[in-house]
Structure formats: C-alpha cells, structure tokens
Design a binder for this molecule. Sequence first.
Ligand SMILES: [Fe+2]
Ligand SMILES: [Fe+2]
Length: 371
Amino acid sequence: MKDMTHSADAATVEEALAADNHQGVVDSEGATALAMQNTLLTPRFYTTDFDEMDRIDVSSVREDWDKLIAQMKSDPNKGHFKKNEDWDHVDWDGMEPKLKREFIDFLVSSCTAEFSGCVLYKEMKRRGNNEDIVTLFQLMARDEARHAGFINDALREAGIAVNLGFLTQKKKYTYFRPKFIYYATYLSEKIGYARYITIYRHLEANPELRFHPIFKWFREWCNDEFSHGEAFALLMKTDPKLTQSFANKLWIKFFLTAVYSTMYVRDHQRPAFHAALGVDPDWYAHEVFTKTSEISRQVFPITLDIDHPRWQKGLEALQRANVDLADAKQTGKVFKRMGATVRAAAAFIGLFTIPAVKHQVPVSTRLEPAY
Ligand SMILES: [Fe+2]
Ligand SMILES: [Fe+2]
C-alpha cells in the first residue's frame, strides 16, 4: 500500500485530493452516475468570472477578515474527518433496503455538494493573484476536500464511492456571475451549517436514533461550513450594492426561495431516512429555515416570511408537483408532465411573491456558531 496521508490530515486541497484514504474501492459506477446527474434538485458544479472575483478588495472589512483567516489557518479540525474509536460498525447488509437506498442517496448527494464547493474554490485559488482571495479559497477548498473524502470513506464500507477525479473532468459546469455565486454559496454554506447542527442536536438528545456513526462528526463539520459562510458574508460586505440595490434584493429573495424550496422537495424524497432519524421533514425544514434566516440577517436586508400561511402550502404544492413530474417522466406521460411543470412553476411563483420581511443589517457582520 502506498504511504499517503489521509485526506483528514492534509494541509492543502492538493494533498487531500491525492490521498486515497487507504481503501480498496475507488469508484463505483452507480454512485458516480448519481453524482453526475444535473437536475434542478441535484448538486451542480459551478464556474464563474474568476478575474472579477480576483479584483475584490477586502480592506473595508480588513479587521474581521484577518481574524477569520487566522482562525481558518489555525485549522482546528485538522485530523477530525477520519474514522477513529468513535466510529461504530455499520451493518450495511442488515439495513432495511429502502433506508439503505435513501441513505446512500443522501451520502452521494452530500459528497457531490461538498465536492462542488471544493472544485469551485480550488479553481478560484488556481486562477487568482489576489493574496487575500487566494488564501481564503485555498483554505475553503482544503475543508471541502476533507468533507467529501470522509463521506467517501463512509460510502466505501457499503462497497461504493464517488469517483471525484472523474466528476471534476466530466460533470457539467454551470456558469454563474460572481454575485450569484456569493448569494448561492453563502446560502448553501449557512443552510449546510443549519442542517448539520440541527441533526447533530437532535441525535445528541436521542442517541438511540443515530443509525450511522457519521452523524457524530457533524458538530465540527458544521463549524467549517459556518466559517465558509462568514467569509462570503464579508465578501458581500465589501460592496454594499450587492445587498442594497432594488434589483439585487429581488435576486436575494429569489435565491432564498430557490435554496429553501429545493431543500424541502429534496428532503421529502427521503421519507425512510428521516423516519429512521426520528425527524419529521416538515419540522426539520422549518427549523433549518428559522436558523438560516436568523443567521442571514447578518448580511441580507430581507428574510422570507416562513410563517406566512401561504409558505407551507406553497412548499407542499411544489413537492406534490415534483412527485407527479418524476412519475410522468418515468412513465412518459407527456400531458401529465406538462401539467406538473406548470404546477411546479406556479407554486414557485406563489412562494416567491410572498412579501419578504425587511430589516436593518447590523454594522458588524461577524457571527459565531450559536446553535
Ligand atoms: Fe463542507
Ligand atoms: Fe463549506
């Protein structure tokens, strides 16, 4: 066996990606094919105008910036993302087939999402010349490579893994202008934090429901995502137009609606997984939205009115339309498919047009994980 570092111990993204984590299985067609999918509901890979991002000047947020970078450089989670004595044996063969299918789907989709961050951040680091930007993106790429590597460790026990090298080369990249990258990535980091910490706290209170050891790693994990979100909050803070102009407020509302509703629909596709965790997906969604909204007030001047009577109804309508759409695609029913598409669009517009909650953004952006 080659003597390589584990991705958890790697100091850079390059090292983390080179680590094979001392495992035999390096690929499985099914998992990689799943990760290759590009639908509205599956994690995508992004590319952007790296030169524009390289021109960001962080001097207006210098003090907070330097603190954050110093904290990330100190690397509190080095070595965390690998199996240790807390890792329990997982009875993959004995797992109820529906749960196994949904859980694998959850792991593959999480691994793809983590890796999506890794490839975007790594590319920014590679293309940039701005010392501040390059340093930040190198640190974030390092974290995401470890996260993806760790999920792959868990998947390998089930005899599968996502081929990350193949994905880098073959998965389609979606172009987003830098400002859309800020909104989308900021939100996905913060909602990622809220998702991980909510599950972690729930299983801390109900340890008998923890059917897989990976959930024990979620607290440190979500702190990484929290820091990444902080970095994007500071980046947005360098240019007030990004969050204050009328058009950009609409974009922020659009991204909030899209990110929240995608999460709702995606989670409702995994009923057995949530049942095994003892988590009601409607409760979970509301909990995660509440936390994410509370956090995103640090930089966004609006939050969605998730307690509005039309909110929950709209999400349910979107979810039903999505189920019918998937069904129509499988059975090839053209009219049903068109009908479901129209209903999904109408439900999304209904959610988007709920009046947002406006508020004052604090002068200082920085937050610490509080949940
Ligand atoms: Fe991550
Ligand atoms: Fe992250």
